[in-house]
Design a protein around this ligand. Structure first.
Ligand code: SAM
Length: 244
């Protein structure tokens, strides 16, 4: 059986329901932010998935390409209007299997944390730096870890409860590995469905060190796509790293 160490695992488990379950997320602020940075340079989205952000970005006239490990996710992207014309490589984002130079590489919705070790995340930074052209930027959107969510290393949450279904989220936290393993479990008239997610979180300072080791400098950090200030109350950040 495939497992969390298989880069395609998450996408293959989620492709059938990903768009439906994330329909509440508005990509517009991210698209506006990224359009401003892209100018007329080539752009690469790592973990492009079903094209939630890449498609509206391409619709703004930006030359977007993608990398994703899951053919099932990318099949969804290709089936959408405009999806077939976005070049996508099926592969591991830690290796950044795309030929640069790019002016902008981005990785949204905590997807960097889908690389399940510090070494894999640092490898990704190194390979992004390799495909960026001079002055090119790497943008990441990540949550700031909130360990108060866990009680003795675990969390149980009722996500949605309706007349005929319930969605529960069960998580375990490993503070040493900085890893959160979750099952999102749906109970409905069709039975029980398990949808797994594993994340290895990094603190903002840790990400900055990975960037520095890849010769990328933190240029800006915001509390979100609307360029809110980043401070100790911020639950997430959008960080812009630049290649000299
Ligand atoms: C949370 S989804 C995000 C998709 C899209 N960027 C979005 O914002 O909707 C994470 C994506 O990362 C992909 N992924 C996970 N691990 C990967 C890896 N090692 N290399 C490439 N893609 C990976 C999954 O297949 C999935 O499409």
């Amino acid at each position: 059986m495939a497992d969390f160490d298989d880069p395609a695992f998450y996408g293959d488990c989620w492709a059938g329901v990903y768009d439906e379950q994330h329909a509440w997320m508005d990509p517009a602020p991210a698209v506006e932010f990224l359009t401003g940075l892209a100018a007329d340079r080539r752009v690469l989205e790592l973990a492009v998935g079903t094209g939630r952000v890449a498609l509206p970005l391409a619709a703004c006239g930006i030359a977007v390409e993608g990398v994703d490990a899951s053919a099932a996710m990318v099949d969804r992207l290709r089936a959408k209007p405009g999806g077939a014309s976005i070049p996508v490589v099926i592969g591991d984002m830690a290796q950044v299997p795309a030929a640069g130079p790019f002016g902008l590489v981005y990785l949204v919705f905590n997807s960097l944390f889908g690389l399940l070790s510090q070494a894999r995340q640092a490898e990704c930074f190194g390979n992004v730096a390799r495909v960026l052209g001079p002055g090119g930027v790497f943008v990441i959107e990540c949550f700031v870890p909130d360990l108060t969510r866990f009680d003795r290393g675990q969390r149980v949450q009722a996500r949605t409860v309706t007349e005929d279904s319930a969605i529960l989220e069960l998580s375990c936290h490993d503070a040493v590995q900085q890893r959160i393993t979750t099952q999102i479990i749906t109970f409905d008239g069709h039975g029980t469905h398990l949808r797994p997610v594993a994340l290895r979180y990094s603190w903002p300072s840790e990400l900055d060190l990975m960037a520095q080791q890849a010769d990328l400098q933190l240029r800006d950090r915001y509390g979100g796509w609307d360029r809110q200030p980043f401070d100790s109350a911020s639950r997430g950040h959008v960080s812009v790293y630049q290649r000299p």
